[in-house]
Design a binder for this molecule. Structure first.
Ligand SMILES: [Fe+2]
Ligand SMILES: [Fe+2]
Length: 395
């Protein structure tokens, strides 16, 4: 998952919003005004005096909304996960490692290779580095994402080394993801273009802050979230690869493209889990989908902070939007892709609540499409700001 990156169309319009929100899964698809209410909340209502995290408070967090009888569904999926999900993991011996894509420090050519990296990096604009740093910090907050998955009722790794298929997936997925932040971190360190201490501090704050995707310990909500998020990271790393190529840095393009390929595999796995849940429990799954969309898929690094800039995530998102690394259009494309993949329009046999959820979800893409241009214009017109990650140069 993790999970890069950037933002949904509404985050550009409303900036960071507090997590007061929304109806829980249990009451899920209720108020038609929830969308508007969530959007109009003031940001950062209460300052925290906590030196370990982002200085805004997270409110009213719902928990354990999965009804006990639905926990059984996840138990009964054990074998299916073994045969249909674990196949999207790669055996460690077949995996790439950061060292495969970076200069070998034991080699005679080490210094020369670093010089080459730095010469190429000089040709790349600052806004690209801001997007890449944001992606890296998001990857580096991996402890939070493993924690999130282990909040899931019926799927969590109960012991830390549980043999269940769900637990095997969570640990192996985490271990694959661990290479992403590691690789980007080492590249950025060698590039000589960014302020590593400020970046490291941002990562420490972010892990200390955690995240609040409003998934309520509920694996329906969790896996809808990860299905989206993995595709978002696939798109974002893919775009940083394309841009690196445009700037003439093939090695950097390969590095970002290699990470993107992992994200794609992860996306397929999570999307399959939801596909299966639609088969087993169409009503529960469409309600969960609508609930997540009402809350909006917030990005995992939404509580990013460098010790100074309380709107750091918004600033990074604006740069990513402007540069085309991750845009409001991408968010809508992801939604459209999932609606089509899960055949949402053609679901049958739903309860009346389920049908309302179906209509709601199907109506979102055209609604969001209308906002895309507005978001792009707003990002284009946003004033440049100095960012600590690049020694306060303006982007
Ligand atoms: Fe991933
Ligand atoms: Fe990743």
């Amino acid at each position: 998952m993790v999970v890069v990156i950037a933002a949904n169309p509404l985050s550009f319009l409303h900036s960071l919003r507090p997590r007061h929100l929304g109806p829980s899964f249990a009451t899920s698809f209720g108020s038609p005004n929830a969308f508007m209410a969530a959007s109009s909340l003031p940001s950062c209502p209460k300052r925290l005096r906590n030196p370990f995290s982002y200085p805004c408070q997270v409110h009213n967090q719902a928990a354990h909304s999965l009804p006990p009888h639905k926990k059984e569904i996840f138990k009964s999926m054990e074998d299916w996960v073994q045969k249909n999900v674990l196949i999207y993991l790669k055996p460690v011996e077949k995996c790439w490692q950061p060292q495969d894509l970076l200069p070998d420090s034991n080699s005679e050519e080490f210094y020369m290779k670093i010089k080459e990296i730095r010469e190429k990096a000089k040709e790349i604009p600052d806004d690209y580095f801001v997007a890449l740093v944001g992606d890296m910090i998001t990857e580096e907050a991996l402890p939070t994402y493993q924690t999130m998955l282990n909040t899931g009722d019926g799927v969590r790794d109960e012991t830390g080394a549980s043999p269940t298929s769900w637990a095997v997936w969570i640990r192996a997925w985490t271990s694959e993801e661990n290479r992403h932040g590691d690789l980007l971190n080492k590249y950025l360190y060698l590039s000589g273009r960014v302020d590593m201490k400020k970046i490291e501090k941002t990562t420490q704050y972010l892990i200390g802050s955690g995240m609040d995707p409003m998934t309520e310990n509920n694996p329906y909500l969790l896996f809808i979230y990860t299905s989206f998020q993995e595709r978002a990271t696939f798109i974002s790393h893919g775009n940083t690869a394309n841009l690196a190529m445009k700037y003439g840095d093939k090695e950097l393009a390969k590095l970002c493209g290699t990470i993107a390929a992992d994200e794609k595999r992860h996306e397929i796995a999570y999307t399959k889990i939801i596909e299966k849940l639609f088969e087993i429990d169409p009503d529960g799954t469409i309600l969960a989908f609508a609930d997540m969309m009402k809350k909006k898929i917030i990005m995992p690094a939404h509580m990013m902070f460098d010790g100074q800039d309380e709107n750091l995530f918004q600033h990074y998102s604006t740069v990513a939007q402007r540069l085309g690394v991750y845009t409001a259009k991408d968010y809508n494309d992801i939604l459209e892709c999932k609606v089509s993949k899960w055949n949402v329009e053609k679901l049958t046999g739903l309860s009346s609540e389920g049908r309302r959820a179906q209509d709601y979800v199907c109506g979102l893409v055209p609604k969001f499409r209308k906002l895309e241009e507005k978001v792009a214009m707003r990002a284009k017109r946003a004033p440049t700001i100095p960012l600590s990650w690049i020694f306060y140069r303006q982007v």
